[in-house]
Design a binder for this molecule. Sequence first.
Ligand code: CUO
Length: 683
Amino acid sequence: MTDKKFDLLVYFDRPSEPCFMQKGEQKVVLDIPETYYPEKYKKLATNLSNRFGSDAERSIPVRNIALPNLDLPMKLGQKEQFSLFVPGHRTMAAKLIDIFVGMRDLEDLFSICAYCQLRINPYMFNYCLSVAILHRPDTKGLNIPTFVETFPDKFVDPKALRRAREISSVETPGDRMPVLIPVNYTANGNEPEQRVAYFREDIGINLHHWHWHLVYPFDSANRNIVNKDRRGELFYYMHQQIICRHTAERFCNGLGRVKRFQDFKAPIDEGYFPKMNSFVASRTWPPRFANTVIRDIDRPVDEIKSEVNDMENWRQRFLQAIENMAVDLPRGRKMPLDEETGIDVLGNLMESSVISRNRAFYGDMHNMGHVFISYSHDPDHRHLESFGVMGDSATAMRDPVFYRWHAYIDDIFSLYKHKLTPYGNDKLDYPGVRVSSISIESSAGPNTIGTLWQQNTVDLSRGLDFTPRGSVLASFTHLQHNEFNYVIEVNNTSGKGLMGTVRIFIAPIFDETGQALPFDQQRRLMIELDKFTQPLPAGNSTVRRKSVDSGVTIPFERTFRDQTQRPGDQGTQAAAEFDFCGCGWPQHMLVPKGTTQGYPMVLFVMISNWDDDKVEQDLVGACNDAASYCGIRDRKYPDKRAMGFPFDRATPSAATLSDFLRPNMAVRNCTIRHNDTAPQDSG
Ligand code: CUO
């Protein structure tokens, strides 16, 4: 550990203020080589460093290095929006990531950052530096401040931000009251989709999605950054789980499943008015009116020229590949889609990432779906508008159409899964292990989970450029549930100790019309709640597991990176582990909202044979508590089975979930009961 890597954090403070201004609460200034000042500041260089350095507590010397060619990433204006989904932006970002990752030591990295911070688009700069920090060996364990703190404009109602600015200008830090971020500010009850706005616009969910795409970039000149174990499969699975979770929320709120966005020529029924302002671009995020149709894009400014027909062609090629269970490779070769790796190959083709086996042929279907939708209000740039929220991984989940698009993508993956041989007893059963029951222990009553509204705060000060210093808290309302335990009764009849993987899922029982869900539909709505390895002593035993220990979630304080909750001192192993692990479904959204009367769901548990699941690797020091949706940094995915096992494949012989059960599985009907009263303070 060196101090140098912590210095990089200055670049996450006040992202659009030039880096020669004082940074952070510790009043740091950078001693920047004169040649680094852009033309517009050059004349003032000496003056500026005196002005911002006069009461500084620390000065960081910036090494004068030979600068690489930055023409490509500098093509994007500093006041523009940046989207990972826009091919041109991706290429620029890939180049910049490559430069950051390639810097020979931290001093050089720090130096190139100073130069870039004064010239490069702040969103792109932040993204590329974050990716570099996650992938350079010498920056391991460095805390990247949560994105909501750096760019609160991507998550928070602008009225609340304006109020925060006022407060920071007129009140001293000790006197500042939290600013209230309202709930339900993007539409009223006439818009049915508004019933699930608490899910779509949840800050934690959007942070998770942004973080996931940060950990799994799809473009980089350095293939190792992209080529992670089963990343294509994880793209499929993490987004599939988002769709399951969103569907359950819809059912709890009297909404049906989303209509897949598969007719590219049909109007998109849902409108979305994000009501957010971009600080950097000084623009309002454009809305999409109801019944907008996606159209061919011709935007020279973004170097995009693409036709809706391209999407149709790519889709046809996917359907053909799945039909043939083989993909076309360049130069006429074919590659079979096998049981083991087919989904991973398809995931990379579909997203698509640079490790797509044939981007020229299968194109860029998923990313361009985001692009077509996000430019549907101004496909030829005649109104000089930038992209809508679907164009940014930090904001895309706010828009109802996100779920329609990803549900369709998921349907295509599911066509492939349907082609696979159903799991037989050899895969499903675990001879010698009998699960007699699963139940829920909670304060809400037996087999009942209580949900409620809770209020919490996030510190906005880091993102309020050009305002006086000191913390400015914003208080927001989010869904929460009371902690509960799973209690699983197991009988190991083998006569010796065994190891098992416990897999816990929950799913709706009825569809939107009140009909019992057939198994083939219900299995696709199975939400993974937890997965863990468990020693099973011979004979009867009881496994008791806390909801907060879930293998899909990270704790609330880690989603929001409340620095007061950090364990250990800065630089210690404990702090380092805490720091990296920002990817993970937010714990407060583990279970669906339920209803005030009590929403019926079915809880499922399976114990599989660990010998068939285990991946031999050293996990010491690895962040692995939210591995199901995020994998483990620099390690293999820690479960050999297909993601979503045992529900990822169809089982035509089972009409109901009961038909599917084996002796090593158990189910329990349970109830999610929502307390719809004013939010409780988390404190
Ligand atoms: Cu995460 Cu479409 O991939 O948003």
